[in-house]
Write a protein that binds this ligand. Structure first.
Ligand SMILES: [Zn+2]
Length: 327
């Protein structure tokens, strides 16, 4: 899992807030207890002075062990007095302790030098939110991919209807998402506009992001515009190119609709080629077939995309059908 720095920062900040809230609440509880039982402050004083005396003793050489043992007893007694005070005043035994949301790490985010599950959950949550800013993730799921918009009439030559074909595509994509790993195949979703390429690629993004992988979904025009802008005014250490190269799954929508320049061609080739060399999965949505990609971009890029698994989308423009039906 690799996320951009902003996602890590947000998760750290949230953990810090949780720790502070837990401490602030414990402090309010203390005031509440003191108001009802002012003797708590005396007990706290005893505990504090036991610790201070023990620290001072450590600097001396004689009778340290004996003195430390006395102080330890005093401290334990003070703790028992505090427990008793809470009990007889009908406060829960842990009322003065900070109540952290995660008992595994006390909201520190790490256990035994590794990310705690609470920290991982936060990273996933912020990655999903981040992706949702650029794509209608919640609207595009496998469950709401409606096969009824695809014709049921069988092709006389193949005996297969468009709906059956798309049913196979849907189940292929579902399986891809459910079994996604960093070794998953690349896919080229090919077909005319409005046949569900964006919907199914976002449905994959939805599942894969929730599994904890870092997914970037971007349209080819936006990706290339952003890269060009950054290339000519570079000011940040972390650029979009790093995200496009480092993410676990890169989904490029609408390839072939971007304005073609020599920069865009080089940048596109570089992203596709680098990810192919590093074995990092990519899904490309395009109206263009491999032959048409060859015509537009040349053999070098087309041959790379030609090595992807080709998933052909068939049917009539679903968006148009939905609009006609008022959906
Ligand atoms: Zn935790």
């Amino acid at each position: 899992m690799r996320y951009n720095q902003e996602i890590y920062r947000k998760a750290e900040k949230e953990l810090e807030n949780r720790r502070e809230n837990a401490k602030a609440l414990a402090s309010l509880h203390r005031e509440e207890v003191i108001e009802r039982c002012p003797e708590l402050t005396v007990i706290e004083e005893q505990m504090k002075s036991a610790v201070t005396d023990a620290t001072a003793l450590l600097g001396k050489r004689e009778n340290v062990e004996q003195a430390l043992s006395i102080l330890q007893r005093q401290n334990l007694q003070a703790q028992k007095d505090r427990e008793e005070l809470l009990r007889i005043s009908d406060f829960p035994a842990d009322y003065l302790e900070p109540q952290y949301e995660c008992p595994l790490c006390d909201d520190k985010g790490y256990t035994e030098g590794r990310y705690c599950i609470c920290h991982i959950d936060l990273l996933r949550k912020y990655a999903y939110e981040e992706l949702s800013k650029t794509a209608p993730l919640a609207k595009c799921t496998f469950d709401n991919f409606d096969l009824n918009f695809y014709p049921i009439e069988k092709n006389p030559d193949t005996g297969v209807s468009t709906r059956d074909w798309m049913k196979t595509v849907l189940s292929y994509c579902t399986k891809y998402a459910e079994t996604f790993s960093l070794d998953s195949n690349n896919m080229h979703f090919c077909g005319r506009t409005g046949l569900g390429k964006t919907h199914l690629s976002l449905a994959i993004a939805n599942v894969v992001t929730k599994k904890g992988f870092n997914v970037i979904y971007v349209s080819a025009p936006n990706m290339l515009r952003r890269l060009e802008r950054e290339h000519f005014s570079r000011y940040s250490d972390e650029t979009s190119e790093d995200f496009y190269l480092d993410c676990d799954l890169l989904i490029i929508d609408d390839l072939g609709t971007e304005f073609k320049t020599s920069f865009s061609e080089t940048a596109l080739y570089s992203i596709i080629n680098e990810r192919l060399l590093s074995g990092s999965p990519v899904i490309i949505n395009s109206n263009l077939s491999v032959e048409e990609l060859d015509e537009r971009y040349g053999e070098r890029l087309a041959s790379r995309i030609g090595s992807y698994d080709l998933v052909t989308f068939k049917g009539s423009d679903v968006r148009q059908l939905k609009e006609n039906k008022g959906l």
